[in-house]
Ligand binder design. Structure first.
Ligand code: ZN
Length: 350
C-alpha cells in the first residue's frame, strides 16, 4: 500500500475510480469491507481501516459489502461465481461442498482456480473464514445484548435469563456445570489470531485462517461441555501482552496457564514441545525418542498437528528428518517466519 491513510480516505470520499483494485476500505462500525468507489457509505475517518485486498479484510473479521460487491473483481465475474457469492451472501453460515457444486453443474476446479487467482485463497477457505467471522460477530452481539440489558437493570428475572441465554446458549441455572470460554481476536505481524481462555487456562491460540479452527472450537466446546462467548479474561490479557513482547523480540519464554485437553499421548507430545527452547529445532524422530516412543514418528507428527496453542506450544520448532519445514497449521511461510525471527533474536539478552 503506497498511499497514505489520508490519501485513501480522500479517495473514498471522492469515489476515485483510479483507486479501484489498489486497496480495500473496511468500516469498523458495520464490519463490512468495500471497494474504494462504493456509493453506499461515507464513514468517519476514525471508523475506517484500509487493507491491501479482500483476503486481508476477511482475516480481520470483515464481510463483503452487498452494494459494491468487492469480491467481484473488476465486475468481470463468471455467472457461476457470482451465483455462489450471492448464495453465501444470503446465508453466511451455509457450507457449499464440492459435491454441492457438482450438483449445481459447476466445476469445483474452476471455482477453486478463480478464488486462488483473484483472492489468493480457495473457495472453501473463503466460506470457512466468513463462517468464523459470523460466529464471532454473533458472540460480540451477544455480549452487547447482555451489556445493554445490564444497563437497563433487568426489569425481571426472565429478562435476565433470556439475555443470558442469548450470550451463553444456556440458562443461568445450568451454568454451574457449564464452563465459559472467553474469546478475543488480536493482531500480530504475521496475521490476526484468536485466543480462548477459561478459568482453567488458555485453551486455544490460532491464526484466524487456520483450516481446523472451526473444528477446534467445536471440539473444545464438546470436550469441556463449555460455551464460547466473546469477551476478555485475565488470562487473555496476559496472553496478548506476552504475545506483543514475543513479536517485539523481547520475550523468549511464555509464562501462561495452559489448558490442553487431549489424549494421554497428545498431552505427552505437547509437553515435550514445551521443552524445546526458543530459537532451536527438533525433528519428529527426536521428539519421538524423547517421549520413549521412537517408532511413533507419524503419531507424533499428528499430535503436533492437533496442537491448539500456536507459538506458545512451539510446534513450529519441529522439522522433518531432512530439515524440511513439512507441515504447519498456520502455513509454511509463517513457520519459516517464526524460525527466522527466533534465530535472529535468540542471542539477545532479555
Ligand atoms: Zn460497499
Amino acid at each position: 500500500m503506497s498511499l497514505s491513510f489520508d490519501e485513501m480516505y480522500q479517495a473514498i470520499l471522492n469515489k476515485d475510480p483510479t483507486c479501484e483494485g489498489s486497496f480495500i476500505t473496511a468500516v469498523k462500525t458495520t464490519n463490512i469491507f468495500c471497494r474504494p468507489t462504493c456509493t453506499a457509505r461515507k464513514p468517519l475517518a476514525k471508523n475506517v481501516e484500509f487493507f491491501n485486498d479482500c483476503k486481508e479484510a476477511i482475516l480481520h473479521g470483515y464481510r463483503p459489502c452487498k452494494v459494491c460487491k468487492p469480491m467481484e473483481v473488476k465486475g468481470e465475474v463468471p455467472a457461476d461465481i457470482a451465483s455462489l457469492l450471492r448464495q453465501i451472501e444470503a446465508n453466511p453460515s451455509i457450507k457449499i461442498k464440492d459435491y454441492d457444486l457438482v450438483c449445481q453443474n459447476m466445476d469445483p476446479i474452476k471455482i477453486r482456480r478463480w478464488f486462488k487467482r483473484w483472492h489468493n485463497m480457495t473457495f472453501h477457505a473463503y466460506q470457512r473464514m466468513l463462517r468464523i467471522n459470523g460466529a464471532y460477530r454473533q458472540m460480540v452481539a451477544g455480549e452487547s445484548a447482555l451489556n445493554s440489558a445490564l444497563d437497563q437493570g433487568y426489569g425481571s428475572l426472565s429478562g435476565f435469563n433470556s439475555a443470558y441465554k442469548k450470550v451463553t446458549g444456556v440458562t443461568p441455572s445450568k451454568t454451574n456445570q457449564t464452563l465459559i470460554i472467553n474469546t478475543i481476536r488480536f493482531t500480530t505481524p504475521i496475521g490476526p489470531m484468536m485466543g480462548c481462555a477459561s478459568d482453567l487456562g488458555i485453551s486455544l491460540v490460532e491464526f484466524t485462517d487456520r483450516k481446523m479452527l472451526e473444528t477446534e472450537l467445536n471440539d473444545l466446546k464438546k470436550r469441556l461441555k463449555a460455551e464460547i462467548v466473546y469477551g476478555t479474561h485475565p488470562y487473555l490479557e496476559l496472553l496478548t501482552q506476552q504475545m506483543e513482547e514475543y513479536f517485539a523480540g523481547n520475550r523468549q519464554e511464555f509464562d501462561l496457564p495452559l489448558h490442553m485437553p487431549g489424549t494421554e499421548f497428545q498431552q505427552q507430545v505437547w509437553q515435550e514441545l514445551l521443552k524445546i527452547p526458543y530459537g532451536t529445532i527438533r525433528t519428529y524422530s527426536e521428539q519421538a525418542i524423547n517421549i520413549d516412543r521412537p517408532a511413533a514418528i507419524r503419531a507424533v507428527g499428528r499430535a503436533n498437528g492437533m496442537n491448539r496453542i500456536a507459538i506458545i506450544v512451539p510446534c513450529h520448532r519441529v522439522l522433518g528428518a531432512n530439515g524440511s519445514l513439512t507441515g504447519y497449521a498456520g502455513g509454511l511461510p509463517r513457520k519459516q517466519w517464526l524460525l527466522d525471527w527466533e534465530n535472529k533474536h535468540k542471542t539477545k539478552d532479555v
